[in-house]
Design a protein around this ligand. Structure first.
Ligand code: DP6
Length: 317
């Protein structure tokens, strides 16, 4: 079977809140790195006789909220292209599921690409990033490889992702598993609660958007210290508005690891920085030459290392 393969991405500068929930229009411009070893494979076939979509994930038929999210994305894609046929979607996730890492970025990027392929349309990568956004905000960025910026924009046309011209193959992401299996409020729900309840949300939006330029400068200079500090600032700004809205995604183990990372940095002079998403796990940013030392200094932490990955590709199985 022919599949579209999309990798997951991790934001250095976070997206956390929607100005328009129907098209996943964000309040913030965000910047991410596409990972090279966690991905989703998806095939879409049109079924002109079907009365609804069928979605098979990892050989099991999807139901409930997960099914509804896929069906809604397909509805948006059908509407966009003026088509009516329902689909059979076959998908395989190769993500770090055990750690509770979300796969919506790779899943909806692969779904958009596979749908476009199924109807035989030709679209640019920029347009594909808009179509992926209709399924999930972070999927907008997974269309591209490398270092990616998602311009928040003001409407469907102006909110898209593009690859930044940065070649930094030594960059590494260390995915930690701190508390596997912990159930949390989904990003989708959590960001809505935050927009509604956080007192300083509008200040957060401004502070976050003010980090875009310094981050791009730091990436252009391949300055891991500057990139790392901005990444931590972005994550902590997001956490602050989450907490204001009553959302705690960290556990004591998360906070303890943050302290350990800071002390590895100061005691051992190793450039290692953290970020997190809507969950208890940290993702660490560093360079290839420091990976073994960091793993040695964190003997009790389960870690998976990832390099910088490519954008959407074709795959067979
Ligand atoms: C904390 O993209 O999962 O990971 O747009 O509702 O699908 P939806 O949300 P999602 O949110 C990701 C939020 C984040 C930060 C980020 O990836 O920028």
């Amino acid at each position: 079977m022919k599949y579209k393969k999309a990798n997951v991405n991790i934001a250095i500068l976070k997206y956390w809140g929607k100005a328009d929930t129907t098209i996943n229009l964000p309040y913030q411009t965000s910047v991410s790195i596409t990972a090279d070893n966690f991905y989703t494979l998806t095939n879409v076939e049109l079924d002109p006789n079907a009365k609804k979509d069928v979605v098979i994930l990892d050989d099991k038929a999807l139901t409930g909220i997960q099914y509804t999210r896929v069906a809604h994305h397909l509805d948006a894609l059908r509407k966009h292209f003026g088509r009516g046929e329902y689909c059979i979607v076959t998908s395989y996730n190769h993500v770090f599921i055990k750690a509770g890492y979300a796969s919506s970025a790779s899943a909806f990027a692969a779904l958009a690409a596979a749908y476009v392929d199924a109807i035989g349309a030709k679209v640019s990568k920029k347009e594909l990033s808009r179509l992926a956004r209709l399924g999930s905000g972070s999927a907008t960025r997974s269309v591209h490889g490398g270092f990616v910026i998602w311009h928040r924009g003001k409407n469907h046309k102006t909110s898209f992702a593009e690859k930044l011209p940065i070649d930094w193959p030594e960059f590494r992401m260390l995915f930690t598993i701190i508390d596997p299996g912990i159930k949390t409020v989904s990003s989708r729900v959590g960001m809505q609660i935050t927009v509604e309840k956080s007192k300083s949300y509008s200040i957060y939006v401004k502070e976050s958007n003010d980090l875009v330029e310094p981050l791009i400068e730091a990436l252009n200079a391949k300055d891991i210290e500057a990139v790392g500090h901005i990444s931590e600032r972005s994550a902590e700004l997001m956490r602050n508005v989450m907490l204001e809205a009553g959302l705690e995604y960290h556990t004591p183990k998360t906070q303890k690891l943050i302290q350990t990372i800071r002390s590895i940095r100061s005691k051992h002079k190793i450039p290692v920085f953290y970020t997190f998403d809507a969950g208890p796990n940290l993702i660490l940013f560093t360079l290839e030459q420091y990976v073994n030392d960091i793993i040695r200094l964190l003997p009790d932490v389960e870690i998976q290392v990832s390099g910088v990955g490519g954008g959407i590709t074709n795959a067979n199985s």
